[in-house]
Design a protein around this ligand. Structure first.
Ligand code: NDP
Length: 490
């Protein structure tokens, strides 16, 4: 094993300065492609660190909210330029820290650039409406004000895009921010925050505190001076965060899991459907909240679809995401790998038939990382755990159906409602699907994963707290509406 000589320690970012935690403790961030590779050390912070960050954000609030939206946008443009200049380094750090391929990491970082630019422009767009008053001498209109201090709790699967799609609108609309990134990807987050620092945001407007979810994440949810909490991650933690914020009257926004279906109609372009199922289900090692998990196929095309899918899956190259020919990297951590393997075992134990994969990859250098084979099950019924719970790994369940109606009914038989897609050439099928499927993101002849930054994103049922992120929809969470009535007085 090569000895790593220089491993950098990344600090918290509070009130415009890079500072160590008062705990004086750090923890390593590991490369899931090679557990001997330490990407960096990050702070193991305490509530005292969080309190300092929140105090700075609160102090900075008064002057930040008074600036014009256009002026605030200028800082976001600067951060976008810096992020774009550092794209290669940040993407490589992301791949080393959580495993997705370099191509995906670069695309995600570029998406971060686009999100920053989009919200920089948002500072110049309208924020309210004039509403006719029943008093003909009165002027009635709405305006919007920022919430105040916003706490951002982000996951590891999109370590650049998710913090940015929460922070950029928060800042554009006049809030100040305290970010707690996922521990798995805190080095990537620190490099993103370096862009905000060098963009020259006033002290205290942007802050980052690294540390455990149970201390810093829960601390954000509970903090009396945090006015809004935006969270993406698991349902169990999301509900805890939402409850804590609700109890103290803070606004909260939760984006959580999915169990996303693809429906393949008998008239579908099967090659397109196979590509979309593989890309949606297995890219990023299945670690997307919008990843395809259940595949409903009309009986007439079940066998040809299955044959094409298996043929294609066999060609996927598994390896280190930094290697140019890798298609699928490792799971993001050992615990994520173990979760995926335990779901595969449950699938087998409950009677599903394993068609492909199902094992940890241990050949050669893969043994140093947390790799799992792409895995396909059939003979799955909807009572089985693998058909009900979010696996967050490269696991697909194939389920034959008699009709599109049956497919939609079974696809809706889940507590989740994040994304869904249908492959068909029949407009009637498409219209029925759009009407009846219970999901916040719906695609026809395109994969379940993939969200464009300028469109609203969020789920139905247990997938979300029912607000929407991104696009102009973000204004709904990050501001409060004031309804104003004005009338002249003699
Ligand atoms: P978590 O929900 O535990 O983590 C998401 C974020 O919440 C992280 O920043 C985490 O911090 C923080 N957190 C953890 N515990 C608390 C707490 N008690 N209070 C406040 N914040 C907390 O997800 P995991 O990373 O553990 O992944 C577990 C599962 O969650 C996955 O297998 C997947 O099913 C799902 N998931 C879904 C995502 C989605 O996009 N829908 C994204 C990520 C995960 P820390 O990293 O320090 O623990």
């Amino acid at each position: 094993m090569a000895v790593q000589t220089e491993i950098k320690t990344y600090l918290n970012y509070i009130n415009g300065s890079w500072v160590s935690s008062v705990s004086n403790q750090v923890e390593p961030s590991l490369n899931p492609a090679n557990r001997h590779d330490i990407v960096g050390y990050v702070q193991r912070s305490t509530l005292e660190d969080l309190n300092a960050a929140v105090a700075a954000a609160k102090q900075a609030q008064a002057s930040w909210r008074k600036r014009s939206g256009v002026e605030r946008g200028e800082y976001l443009y600067k951060a976008a330029r810096l992020l774009e200049q550092r794209l290669d380094d940040i993407a490589e750090t992301m791949t080393r820290e959580m495993g997705k391929t370099l191509a995906e990491a670069k695309a995600e970082t570029m998406r971060g650039v686009h999100i920053l630019r989009y919200y920089a422009g948002e500072g110049a767009r309208k924020v309210g409406d004039v509403i006719p008053s029943s008093d003909s001498e009165g002027l009635m209109f709405t305006t919007r004000v920022p919430l105040g201090v916003v706490g951002v709790i982000s996951p590891w699967n999109f370590p650049v895009a998710i913090p940015i799609w929460k922070m950029a609108p928060a800042l554009a609309y006049g809030n100040t921010v305290v970010l707690k990134p996922a521990s798995e990807t805190a080095v990537t987050a620190a490099k993103v925050i370096e862009c905000f620092h060098e963009a020259g945001f006033p002290n205290g407007v942007v802050n980052m505190v690294c540390g455990s979810g149970s201390v810093i994440g829960q601390g954000i949810a509970n903090h009396p001076d945090i006015d809004g909490v935006t969270f993406t991650g698991s349902n169990a933690v999301g509900k805890q965060v939402g409850r804590a914020a609700f109890e103290r009257g803070a606004k909260y926004q939760l984006e959580m899991g999915g169990k996303n279906p693809v429906i393949v109609a008998k008239d579908a372009d099967l090659d397109l459907a196979v590509e979309g199922t593989i890309s949606g289900g297995l890219r990023s090692t299945g670690q997307k909240c919008t990843a395809t998990s259940r595949v409903f196929i009309e009986k007439e095309v079940y066998e040809p679809f299955k044959a094409k899918l298996l043929e294609r899956v066999k060609q996927l190259k598994i390896g280190n995401g930094l290697d140019a020919d890798t298609w699928m990297g490792p799971c993001a951590s050992e615990s994520q790998l173990n979760t995926v393997l335990s779901y595969i075992e449950k699938g087998k134990a409950e009677g599903a038939k394993l068609l492909y994969g199902g094992k940890r990859c241990l050949d050669g250098e893969l043994a140093n990382g947390f790799y799992v084979e792409p895995t396909i099950f059939e003979e799955v019924n909807l009572q089985m755990t693998i058909a009900r719970e979010e696996i967050f790994g490269p696991v697909l369940a194939l389920i034959p159906v008699d009709s599109i109606e049956e497919a939609i009914r079974l696809a809706n038989d889940t507590e989740y409602g994040l994304s869904a897609s249908l492959y068909t050439k029949n407009i009637g099928n498409a219209l029925q699907f759009i009407q009846d499927i219970e999901a916040g993101l719906i695609k026809v002849n395109a994969e379940t994963a993939g969200v464009e930054f300028q469109a609203p994103f969020g789920g139905m049922k247990q997938s979300s707290s029912h607000s929407r992120e991104q696009g102009q929809a973000a204004i709904e969470f990050f501001t409060s509406i004031k309804t104003v009535f004005v009338k002249a007085s003699e």
